[in-house]
Design a protein around this ligand. Structure first.
Ligand code: NAD
Ligand code: MG
Length: 386
């Protein structure tokens, strides 16, 4: 008989949350669900909490707590609302906490899980990008592990296993190039939110879909990789690979390049993180390379897609600049999705905020939150009519 492992999922109602719960649903004998969270979506969260017998369900938006309470009345499941309840969800005893909230909103609960020494399966890249050394220092201090769920970082994690980081010559992140990979500058200027969220290979939440279209997703991932795999920024590369089959690769000093391949299904990297250092089954169809036929690679175009260049600059500057880049991007993406600004304004706003804001280098979580807030205010002020 296997012992059941306790799992909490921060952001349970999202795309990563659903993929994680799909795996849990397939082997209920292996899992005990401690906490599930959402921003609001009270009915959806309550249904999941009942289905999985969660001990605790929490909504980040406190105004949604009455609806959650009502939906869970008589279930015996504890409920919470507001930022402190997300932190409580992160702190609850668990063997693994899946950090799958989108944006810097997931930072405090993720840090809370780390502070309790929980292993964290990290999808919420914005939290690591913003907090950088504050988060990695906490991971080291509390003797816990960050297991990357982002497909590229999970691939790199697997390709590094058993090797000496000193032998690494380069790490190459692959990028699909997003839905606008072949679009001209004129077409990009007219791109709509509906077009931006239609990703060719992956089915994801709206924010990361827009990030994929601007290439900020790859920019954030470059910074994420810099913190997860500290081999030096100059060894981190990006290559566009439209088929999203090779999820990333590590080149060693002897000329060997190790790559991880798999279907474009987040259940593969999630399963890798959940079962690590062992393996578990997924229902994903195996790769059929003969059917795929051709895998192609091309250099990123940083003229049409300046995001990766801006991210590299922010990473080189270090300190609070990655948090500034992330916060400005979050504000710009939300404004684009609500029809307030055009697509190409997103990198323009981020570049301008990077030029305007230079908060002190964070040494604590509250410093990161302050830098994030300063950059949000600066980005917000650019939304107002000139
Ligand atoms: P999503 O929008 O589908 O889900 C986000 C989840 O976070 C939902 O449960 C939502 O209720 C919750 N949430 C949103 N705002 C919140 C707030 N302010 N406070 C508390 N909770 C909030 O997003 P997703 O696509 O699942 O992505 C989640 C994270 O995983 C992101 O950081 C994303 O970059 C990363 N990621 C996603 C994918 C993917 O395939 N979807 C792949 C790699 C990495
Ligand atoms: Mg990714």
């Amino acid at each position: 008989m296997t012992t059941r492992r306790r799992i909490s999922i921060l952001g349970a109602t999202g795309s990563i949350g659903a993929s994680t719960l799909d795996l849990v649903r397939r082997s209920p004998e292996r899992w005990e669900v401690a906490a599930l969270t959402a921003n609001c979506q009270a009915a959806e969260l309550a249904a999941l909490a009942r289905e999985f017998g969660a001990e605790f369900a929490a909504v980040g938006d406190e105004s949604c707590l009455p609806a959650l309470r009502e939906a869970l009345a008589g279930s015996g499941i504890a409920t919470g609302g507001g930022a402190s309840s997300l932190v409580e969800a992160g702190e609850r005893p668990a063997d693994i906490v899946v950090a799958a909230i989108v944006g810097c909103a997931g930072l405090a609960p993720t840090m809370a899980a780390i502070a309790q020494g929980r292993a964290v399966a990290l999808a919420n890249k914005e939290a690591l990008v913003s907090a950088g050394p504050v988060m990695t220092a906490a991971v080291a201090r509390h003797g816990t592990t960050l297991l990357p769920v982002d497909s590229e970082h999970n691939a790199i994690f697997q390709c590094l296993a058993g090797n000496d980081p000193a032998d690494v010559r380069a790490i190459t992140l692959t990028a699909s190039g997003g839905p606008f990979r072949t679009w001209s500058a004129e077409q990009l200027a007219a791109a709509t939110p509906v077009q931006a969220v239609q990703h060719p290979n992956w089915d994801m939440g709206a924010k990361i879909s827009v990030d994929s279209a601007t290439m900020f997703n790859k920019g954030l991932e470059l910074i994420e990789a810099h913190h997860l795999f500290p081999v030096g920024l100059e060894k981190l590369r990006i290559v566009v690979h439209p088929q999203s089959v090779v999820h990333s690769m590590v080149e060693y000093r002897d000329g060997s390049t190790l790559a991880q391949l798999g279907p474009s299904d987040m259940r593969v990297p999630i399963a890798s993180a959940l079962a690590w250092p062992a393996r578990m089954d997924t229902p994903c169809a195996p790769l059929d390379l003969a059917a795929l036929g051709t895998l192609t690679f091309e250099a990123p175009d940083e003229i049409r897609f300046p995001a990766t260049r801006l991210a590299r600059q922010a990473a080189e500057a270090g300190g609070a600049m990655p948090a500034v880049l992330n916060a400005a991007n979050e504000v710009a993406v939300a404004a684009f999705l609500s029809g307030q600004i055009g697509f190409t304004r997103i990198p323009a706003i981020v570049a301008e905020v990077l030029g305007r804001c230079s908060p002190p280098a964070p040494v604590s979580l509250s410093d990161v939150v302050a830098a994030d807030a300063e950059a949000r205010r600066a980005a917000q002020s650019m939304m107002e009519p000139a």
